[in-house]
Design a protein around this ligand. Sequence first.
Ligand SMILES: [Zn+2]
Ligand SMILES: [Zn+2]
Length: 587
Amino acid sequence: MLSLDRPFTYELDEGLGAGIGSLVQVPFHGRLVRGWVLGPSEEVPDRMLRVKKAVSTVRFFDPSMLEVLRWVSERYVAPLASVIERSYPPRVASEETMASDPPRSSAPALRPAPALPPQTSRVLAGYRAGSDMLDALRGGAGAFLVRPAPEDEQRVAVEAVGAALAHGRSAIVLVPELDPLPATGSAILDAYGEHVALFAGGSQRARYRMWLDIASGAYRVVVGTRPAVFAPTRDLGLLYVSRESHAGHREERSPYYHVRDVALTRARQSGAVCVMAALCPSGEAMTTGAAEVIPRARGWPPVEVVRPGPEGRAPRLVSALKGVNRGFLFQPLPGYGVARVCRACGEPAACAACGGMLRSQGGAVRCTVCGADGTCASCGAADFGIARGGAERVEEWARAVARVPVRRIGPGDRPAPPEAREVTVGGVEAVKDLGPLGLDLVAILDADQAARRPGLAARERALATWMEAAAWAPPSGRVIVQTRHPGDPAVQSLVSGSPDRFHRSELPRRADAGFPAGWPVFRVTGDAALADELASLEPRTLLSSGGEGQTVCLVALDPGAVRTFGRTMRALSERGVVTRVEAEPHL
Ligand SMILES: [Zn+2]
Ligand SMILES: [Zn+2]
């Protein structure tokens, strides 16, 4: 609870063997509760209760990690206790007693660093600022923003990790998702084998066992999603954030946090290097001031911009598809098409239950809002004129054009690269880190759709997805993008393979909207007094909406104002004015 977010002071008997990071049992308001030892207190009250016992011999954090956890608590206005609790997997006490793990304070020496596999290519030396990054990895610190050439994405990660290992340091590689395992994660596993902890999934017991093993120094490299940013790795030299702009790097449950920002902080705290890698970095990453590491020679496939023809099929696209052996067609809209008009009464089509849009998908017409079977709001009929579009329709016409099989990757399907002679059709869920694929053709069928999507970051996400798909075309494939707005900065960035043009137009746009990239944003829920209380903090932006005895406010703050904001939120939640604080909501 935010209202109870403060430390309490107890007397700690040395005989208990507890210290910073220990989980202990203490009396609290007449009950016995668990808490973590944060360290000695300078303010000693007259009367102190004693710590009852140490619950575990494990130290769950060291002073350096505690600083990171405190930063998370402050930056995202989350109770420190919940941040600590989420920084390691749920305990399985029997794993602690079974194991021969000594406490972390006296952990054994790390295994010797593995030798770099000889086949590892050296690509970073050919990158602008690449040697600066390699130098930093050899014992220094710093933050770098890497935009790999498409065919280098995995090799850059392997090389960066290798540089840290070669100098006796360890590395954490953060991937946005694990199922399927991204090619970057597989490449790290292939290169460093038994030295790599795949910190993901499995039973609760297996997860906790893995965490204890990482803490004991059994692994030099950790590969994992969000929670791995807190992995108890020692001699940390590198935090590598793969596909930094991916939405999966934001923790969606309270306590909220963003892996990029925690990684930057942890790197600063432990004198390590933070690498943010992405074909298309986020606006937030662009504003961190990290040194940009990019290929000296332009590594990007040719991108042709064409106007969509009838039903979104440009003649150039159709003729290209005829000669394709392996290709990918990107169509983020699902289904076969959208109902436009009722054939019985001639009225515009709308859901009889809720008035929502009706879509033809999987052979049936349903409401996209409430999911009801499609019946006309005016006359109850179920026969509609359909405006064709969507991935199912693309699959249909592509089958008629292509000389190889066409397969659609739907929202429930496992994303996989096209076979040797195959064309796949899919949306965002099909575009994953699958490694360089060397396709003949990648087509972005409706680039203009991105501009119609709601949300401040929708265009940025669309561009990142296009670039990740386009990266499947090298070394000899081509990219075709269909748009009515060839001068659109996102389209231009796709053509050049550099997001600079896009960010030059997007960053001012976001600032104009009141939410500059890199400025902390919070969604606060509370009672009727909330908006006035927040306004008195003079935030950069304050939007509020009310109703049903509840007020929801969206606040953007100067980065320097977060501490004061957090103190105020804690005080307001004690008074009951604030009920919920959500950091970095999707805008
Ligand atoms: Zn409906
Ligand atoms: Zn009708």
